[in-house]
Design a protein around this ligand. Sequence first.
Ligand code: SF4
Length: 364
Amino acid sequence: MKYLDEYRDPAAARAYAAAIRKITTKPWTIMEVCGGQTHAIVRFGIEDLLPEEINLVHGPGCPVCVTPVEIVDKAIAIAAMPDAIFCSFGDMLRVPGTEKDLLSVRAAGGDVRIVYSPLDAVEVARKNPGKQVVFFAVGFETTAPANAMAVHMAKTENLKNFSVLVSHVLVPPAMESILSSPQNKVRGFLAAGHVCTVMGTAAYAPIVQKYKVPVVVTGFEPLDILQGLYMCIRQLEEGRAEVENQYSRAVREDGNLPAQELLGKVFRVIPRKWRGIGEISESGWGLTEAYAAFDAENRFDVAGASRAEPTECISGLVLLGQKKPAQCPAFGKTCTPEHPLGATMVSGEGACAAYYRYRKTEAA
Ligand code: SF4
């Protein structure tokens, strides 16, 4: 296939759904890890095509959603400094910290800029030598290479006024955390295709072996997701647990080796706190010693408050695949995208926001 529309062909989608119905004999709970896949599943009504035995649950793959409030508070404190220019992708500006968000800092006169690449932030630093320029480096393995490149360029150019506020998280440790929970119901995963374009598929082999769950690396269009589900269900029905690659048009087994080499230089694995879930050991990246001078947390003495999610919010259970958004009593009532109470409503890629946007209100 060549064009995007071909991956959304209704007749082909119905054919995949029929093939899934034909091979399904038992109930299976399958988790898609990525927020982009969640969005596509809800938007295109994929669950409605599936047999009732198949339960799709939505994983912690929305990077904006899982960025902890403490880090957002630190971003807000840095952005409010008089000599700072704070650069970020646009989706972080509305994420609420303890008292406000980055958008309100900008409304109050702070120099908060939306950029489309961390390299744009490096350029802002070059053009503003009298200002401290900070980039909000948030996301999974997918966004990390460009952020690593920005830090590496700043070091190479000896740019003294550029730093990054890092909140990078990693997919495999989150999957292990889900699988090791006593309440876990997930029997198979659709892994995020774009993460694997960078990291390859090898990282999932130990998970498959240890937990005996199929992992199918999957793309983001409706036919990708239906094919990924078919491959996952076929493994489950046949009693197999393997890593399979549905997204072969973009993903190689060894991934992007030059990107991985750069990541290994710039980042090291550290524990990270995930909003809605809590700390997961060895689940994130921080800067290595060689690049520590570009760490905004070292450069600025700013504190982040630690705030618990409101008690009515069940986003932790949603992120772990144990509940669906519409099972939350606050969904669509006290919690909306305009006034999010928890992690999975703060970004359009979050499961609660996707359900709200496409009006999927039934408690499945
Ligand atoms: S609807 Fe809001 S309060 Fe409920 S789980 Fe989702 S984010 Fe939390």
